[in-house]
Write a protein that binds this ligand. Structure first.
Ligand code: WT7
Length: 677
């Protein structure tokens, strides 16, 4: 941010104005004219910060963090306890993807999240677990969590897990998930959580990618009254994972299909284990965890996060962005299988000694009042969720708000996709009763923590805008010709300087990390998102510019869905794109060409959908399948997805189609389009 923007932001404090900004995209990827929505700006003064941070302090500190990052991050590192202090804040070459943070330092993540709080804070609540049934509640103080983590760390050691080993975790939203991640961190093992909605096939690919020998899972999970058999998926996956020798199973008492010598009852094992386990001090740069995310190829990337940098960044952003104060109960609805669950249900809050709420059920079950009931019941002060959930709750009507007061709420947050201004207004006025600011947090699995978000009590709130960079974050907009765009502009969002939360690498493939993120705009981290900046310097996120669909806040690679469709056997070709979807944000639209001799049919559609669910998981099921004889291709045979996206969205404004072999395909596809507007 320039000083001009800073002045503007300061000038905007306490103002309440309307804006209507039209911005012309300058990059060739985004030729369309885009309108920033007409929205009211809510003055920053709607909220008084409790940590006393003023706007002047924030912006002066911001400038300092950009001009003198080493001094800034060196000072912030006091948030963590190192067992051996670091000698250098940062070394490396950002453009070569070789950054190292807090060089020479050693520390343990579990020590920072749990042990150091014990002397003064041991009896404070660390975790409140709410099961799907209202009566199912478990509470853990920091001391109780410590005991459980030590027990599990001992069990892991018994089964041969040492520092540096990878451990696969496939668990629902239960306390054991938190315990498992922190037990790995305690002994220096690298956890790799796979979202419990992924299928056996995805699970096997991820476990094989990290070559793990031990897996922690649960027999089942209950969602919306239905039992999901998780261990059954693990059993199928492990037929393809020869390296896995031990499976710790959180049992539901069924113990069906138990594999002797491999499957171990989690509870029995931890009950017999000692409650002492010294933290293994790790290098600041040691990997803390791996989390897979989709990209533009068919193979998910194992994003590696490092120990000190990641922990510091998630802890600092948690504290400042949510204006966290001791005693606050923090609830993020994101599953622990996603980065939000890692950074803001576990590492960020626990490093700050906060109380985290974990909810196993479905937020819309038994009805749309469930979240608000839980907020009242557990006195949640900070609530963090995704626009897709808000849209589905808003659709149910305000009748579901009358039996809760939500009086404990102070700050609201959103993450995962742009929030529609109308949904933002509903969230602000109805849920937060016009007194709770909304932190629209933009970030990615790769970035470790939030990079762009309004600073509550400091930034005027523009509904639908993630707004402004956090300390240490230098965003820029660039066109496809590598020119930095200034002032009001839109283009590729890049980050120009390193920050400690940035991923270290892609597991086993550092070259892919360099190619995907660091090569296209040399010296900059490429986010893959398009964004625009309005005349007061506010950033508006516009969605992915690569072949990734953001479906209900989940990132799904179109190439992965295409491979799954082809694998069904009846399809010669498939092209998958996103399209606007009222609840999911983006839905999945598949254009498929059957093999010759195969007739398009409803049964084939269903078989294709089943195939995607079984290869990737139910979250990747196409919403629409359109059969077609032809796809729009260039003379060199490349499918023009830009045009398919337009067809899926119902637009006939195709622009230049001269590179197509047969432009008539477009009108034909549009005529046979499968969605009613
Ligand atoms: C992609 C990252 C970060 C945790 C959740 C998703 C989109 C994320 C916002 C936001 C607009 C957003 C971007 C980004 N995104 N937050 N506040 N406004 N878009 O993590 O699966 O790594 O996906 O989600 O497109 O690149 P992820």
């Amino acid at each position: 941010m320039t000083l001009d923007t800073l002045d503007l932001n300061l000038a905007l404090l306490n103002l309440c104005v309307s804006i209507d900004v039209t911005v012309i995209h300058e990059s060739s990827d985004c030729q369309k004219e885009l309108k920033v929505p007409m929205t009211n700006i809510i003055p920053a003064s709607v909220y008084q910060r409790r940590d006393g941070l003023t706007a002047e302090q924030f912006y002066v500190q911001y400038q300092h963090s950009i001009d003198n990052p080493d001094v800034f991050w060196g000072k912030q590192a006091n948030l963590l306890d190192f067992s051996q202090s670091w000698q250098q804040v940062y070394t490396g070459d950002f453009s070569l993807g070789s950054s190292q943070w807090f060089v020479g330092g050693t520390l343990n993540t579990c020590y920072n999240c749990i042990d150091r709080h014990l002397p003064k804070h041991g009896n404070a609540l660390a975790l409140i677990w709410q099961g799907e049934q209202e009566s199912l509640v478990k509470r853990y103080t920091y001391r109780q969590l410590h005991e459980q983590i030590c027990r599990l760390a001992n069990v892991l050691t018994t089964y041969g897990i040492c520092a540096g080993d990878r451990v696969g975790i496939y668990l629902p939203m239960i306390p054991e998930a938190v315990i498992a991640m922190l037990a790995c961190a305690r002994l220096g093992a690298v956890h790799c959580v796979v979202f419990a909605g992924f299928s056996a096939e995805s699970l096997a690919n991820r476990f094989n990618d990290i070559s793990c020998r031990l897996v922690i899972t649960a027999e089942q999970s209950i969602r919306a009254g239905k039992t999901l058999l998780l261990k059954q998926q693990v059993d199928i996956a492990l037929t393809q994972c020869a390296l896995v020798k031990t499976v710790l199973v959180v049992s539901a008492g069924q113990n069906s299909d138990w594999v002797d010598g491999r499957d171990i009852d989690y509870q029995q094992a931890v009950d017999q284990a000692s409650t002492d386990y010294p933290c293994v001090m790790m290098s600041a740069e040691a990997p803390l965890f791996i989390l897979h995310t989709s990209g533009s190829t068919g193979i998910p990337k194992g994003v590696v996060h490092r120990t000190a940098g990641y922990l510091l960044y998630s802890a600092l952003t948690f504290k400042v962005l949510f204006d966290y104060q001791p005693g606050d109960v923090f609830w993020s609805t994101a599953d622990i299988g996603w980065i939000t669950g890692h950074s803001y249900s576990i590492y960020g809050p626990l490093a700050n000694g906060a109380t985290v709420l974990l909810f196993e059920g479905l937020p819309t079950y038994p009805d749309a009042s469930r979240c608000w009931q839980i907020i009242d019941q557990h006195h949640v002060a900070i609530f963090y969720t995704a626009p897709t959930l808000l849209r589905s709750l808003m659709r149910e009507g305000d009748g579901y708000l009358v039996n809760s007061s939500r009086a404990s709420l102070r700050v609201l947050g959103t993450v995962g996709e742009p929030i529609n201004p109308s949904v933002w207004q509903w969230y602000f006025e109805k849920i937060g009763q016009s007194r709770c600011p909304i932190v629209d947090t933009w970030w990615q699995t790769e970035t470790g923590g939030v990079l762009i978000a309004p600073i509550v009590g400091i930034t005027p709130l523009q509904p639908g805008a993630a707004s402004q960079p956090f300390w240490g974050i230098a965003p820029a907009l660039m066109d496809d010709q590598l020119q930095v765009l200034t002032g009001v502009a839109s283009g590729n969002l890049v980050i120009q300087q390193p920050w400690p939360g940035l991923m270290q690498s892609i597991y086993g493939d550092h070259q892919r990390f360099l190619t995907q993120y660091m090569a296209r705009f040399p010296g900059n981290y490429l986010t893959g998102d398009g964004a625009k900046r309005d005349e007061i310097g506010t950033y508006w996120l516009m969605g992915r510019l690569d072949d990734v669909v953001n479906c209900s806040g989940h990132r799904i690679g179109t190439a992965e869905v295409e491979s799954a469709l082809i694998a069904q056997g009846d399809i010669a070709e498939a092209a998958v794109v996103g399209f606007p979807h009222a609840i999911k944000g983006e839905g999945i639209y598949a254009f498929v060409t059957p093999k010759s001799g195969v007739l398009p049919s409803m049964a084939l559609k269903q078989a294709l959908i089943r195939q995607v669910a079984s290869i990737i998981g139910p979250i990747a099921k196409p919403d629409v399948i359109q059969f077609t004889e032809n796809l729009p291709k260039t003379r060199s045979g490349k499918i023009m997805r830009r045009l398919l996206k337009q067809i899926a969205a119902g637009s006939d404004d195709f622009g230049d189609t001269s590179t197509l072999t047969d432009p008539a395909v477009l009108t034909q596809l549009l005529r046979q389009r499968e969605i009613e507007d």
